[in-house]
Design a protein around this ligand. Structure first.
Ligand SMILES: [Zn+2]
Length: 314
């Protein structure tokens, strides 16, 4: 057999394979809506209601700072093939997502297109600034607090909104999505009873946080965040502000500091040793640790850490 005959056989075989794949895509795959989300929390909620009628993938990892995600070429590929993009909005992703959306060349998910879903429209938003906002304030939350998914009521509202949207895009399965939402709603209500009971003894507890990720969480569970290690959201700690926080914590006998996994622990640890407070790495997102694989486990994880710290510092 000559070399050229062999390679032409190979080419024929390859061509046949390509034709077969093009002509007969796997039936189940073909029907699934391809959902891409900016963050893991939106992916977790979409998965709850989308079940096996969707594929879903998040762009940012759960342990990454969602304000600052380094864009990769693979993100463009994900977005190019998406039927639906779900984002947190309120400018959380403003530093990295808008250029990816415009560059991906997918008309279905452009701002205002049917495949573009800003989940903040469904949620109750806290910390909405009043009056004039200036850049000098250095605030990364000019439209209100974008960490709104850390309130189970907002999780429920977002899931309902996603179920509605999926039903509009795939009307044959709209009942399926509604049933998935009803089931999620029931499981969430049951989980809330447990969480509320676990946290009830610590109602009114004061703590200090690194970034304003916990406004919705604290309001839901009746905790008081009395200070932040960042002087303004998005502005790194300064020695003067850190000293103020230490004085405040000593005065009010505050013994718990919570930090997101993507911030440097140097300042939080120095505050901890100056005040005797416990420094906790609390997770703002699904996937922040390997075992936190869904929306329920996120609350389980954070509540467990908080309770241990509250008990230890009674
Ligand atoms: Zn933020």
């Amino acid at each position: 057999m000559t070399r050229s005959r062999m390679s032409s056989r190979w080419l024929l075989a390859l061509a046949a394979l390509v034709l077969a794949v093009l002509a007969f895509p796997p039936a189940a795959e073909a029907k699934k809506l391809n959902v891409v989300t900016s963050t893991t929390d939106m992916a977790a909620l979409a998965q709850e209601v989308g079940g096996d009628k969707i594929t879903v993938e998040a762009i940012a990892k759960g342990y990454q700072d969602p304000h600052f995600v380094e864009a990769k070429p693979s993100f463009l590929l994900k977005l190019r093939n998406a039927d639906l993009l779900i984002l947190v909005g309120l400018q959380l992703e403003i530093g990295w997502l808008p250029p990816l959306i415009t560059q991906c060349g997918n008309g279905r998910i452009q701002v205002g297109a049917p495949g573009y879903l800003d989940a903040s429209q469904f949620a109750q938003i806290l910390d909405v600034p009043t009056g004039q906002i200036t850049r000098a304030m250095g605030d990364v939350h000019p439209l209100g607090n974008p960490h709104y998914w850390l309130d189970p009521n907002n999780g429920r509202r977002i899931a309902r909104g996603i179920a509605q949207k999926l039903g509009e895009m795939d009307s044959a399965d709209s009942q399926y999505f509604q049933q998935r939402f009803q089931d999620f709603d029931r499981r969430l209500t049951a989980a809330e009873k447990t969480w509320d009971a676990q946290m009830a003894p610590y109602h009114g507890r004061k703590l200090v946080a690194y970034h304003t990720s916990w406004s919705n969480f604290a309001r839901y569970f009746g905790l008081q965040i009395v200070g932040y290690i960042e002087p303004r959201p998005g502005i790194p700690p300064t020695p003067g502000h850190t000293l103020e926080i230490i004085q405040l914590m000593k005065r009010d006998n505050i013994k718990v500091v919570v930090v997101e996994p993507y911030f440097d622990l140097k300042t939080p640890n120095s505050i901890g040793s100056a005040t005797g407070a416990k420094v906790l790495v609390l997770l703002p997102s699904v996937g922040g640790e390997k075992q936190v694989t869904d929306y329920f486990k996120l609350f389980d994880y954070d509540i467990n850490l908080l309770i241990q710290a509250f008990k230890a510092t009674q």
